[in-house]
Design a protein around this ligand. Sequence first.
Ligand SMILES: [Zn+2]
Length: 101
Amino acid sequence: MTFRLTCPVCGKRDVYEFTFGGQDRGPRPAQEGLSAEEHFRWVQFRMIPGGWEGGEGGGVREGDRAAPQEEWWYHGQGCGVWFRTTRDPGTNREVEGGGGG
Ligand SMILES: [Zn+2]
């Protein structure tokens, strides 16, 4: 399966030009009052193409539809910049500003 990503410099390009940099998990949670489970989730639970890395069963469970997520991508075969985009892992489509399309 292929899809296109929008590089902020080069525009829409085939995904094969990019390297997946992982899900943007936001800032590291504060250590104080952080439960082991919360820490585990922050460290371990991130989406990889095709499913949840570190998730139980190693895949997306039925009915457990993944929501659009912020991801880091590297345009290695292009301009060489890192950028963040919002992508729906279910459709592999970029989501722009939460609008329809
Ligand atoms: Zn680029």
